[in-house]
Design a binder for this molecule. Sequence first.
Ligand SMILES: [Zn+2]
Length: 464
Amino acid sequence: MANHSTEPSSSLSFTSSSHLSNGSYSYRQANKSYSSSGVELGPPGPPPPSANLEVISLNKLSSNLEQLLVDPSCDYSDAVVIVEGTPVGVHRCILAARSKFFLDLFQKQVESLDGKPKYLIDDLLPYGKVGYEAFLVFLNYLYTAKLKPSPVEVSTCVDNVCTHDACRPAIHFAVQLMYASSIFQIPELVSLFQRRLLNFVGKALVEDVIPILVVAFHCQLSQLVTECVDRVARSDLDSISLEKELPHEIAESIKLLRLKYRSDDEHNIEAVDPLREKGIKRIHKALDSDDVELVKLLLTESDITLDEAYALHYAVAYCDPKVVTDVLSLGLANVNLRNHRGYTVLHIAAMRKEPSIIVSLLTKGACALDLASDSQSAVSICRRLTRPKDYHAKTEQGQEANKDRICIDVLEREMRRNPMAGDASVSSQTAADDLHMKLLYLENRGIVLQMCHLHDCYSLLKQS
Ligand SMILES: [Zn+2]
């Protein structure tokens, strides 16, 4: 009977090992002290010969078992897991021996594919998401007890000045492996990825701490939850983002902690006008229900302006692109407004990576050259959120367009086209013409403009 103790395995645990000093376990390091013939190569002091032999045999076992995964002539798989539409062959005996989750799973009857039981990974995960590459890294660990380095295509971004030590793709990849390790019950990997995620918390942008906090909450990693809650509470991340993006109880605990920090610092108490707050909330609620007519009504009823409510920032972050177009066409909001965190509306649009919204904003004179307080431009924000795999993804005819690529292309062309920062009045007509060209260009490249919102932009352009 397999040992499914919840404690990290003692013989192969690397949570206490020096290999983990920078939070990443190196494949090469594990084998470094021994040549292929099994001769010990380097310091520290020689272990007893029996230990040598054991390490060599375990290494051999590990690479033999890896053959089951990587060698097509060795395909004795007897079940299939579908990940992002791709079937991955697995061996039930190995998965069941390594994981209590799979041991229980394989006792249930399921549909089959080519005579093999078939499992959809999304059905196995009650929350979170594990992509194809992350699942392969996880699976490889189950077979070999060795953790491969994260594939560059999915764990880095396409910003060439980024060191990728805490950008969104790097964090997302570790988050996916945490979901897999926790749900599939591999405790030593949970410890490893908890350390890796903790390492991100101090360095990452606060909005990138949110996915870490969410995985920590679902996987009940109390230390990680505490660290993330503290980081977010000390940040200037607005309470709307907290409410929209975090589980209710976590958002509440962050707000409480903020109150505590503020009362510790008596000089820092902001006067909040509850009536005003209520008025702003009503505008946001109207935007949530796509009701721009109601927004207009609320504006005439109260003395709160669209800009005071950061209505464009809100719509760009959370609403349907059509709502953004409608709010813009009211002509009452400053398209280059900065919120209290120093982000322009276009920066927020870049974070959302929705091409039609970016195009709507540029058409109305949003400046692509404006920098956020951390010196990021809209395009560098976009690049830092985009994985090489998505940026280089080819779009087959009829498929959804490569939105990541369009956002970056549109913003880069806008920056090259308009070196005169912020002088929208001079160039608004040429900007409109140029955007029209841009859309045609994208169309000519075979990118399907199935997004009706882009067509809305066309009609806007024709009107202007
Ligand atoms: Zn990066």
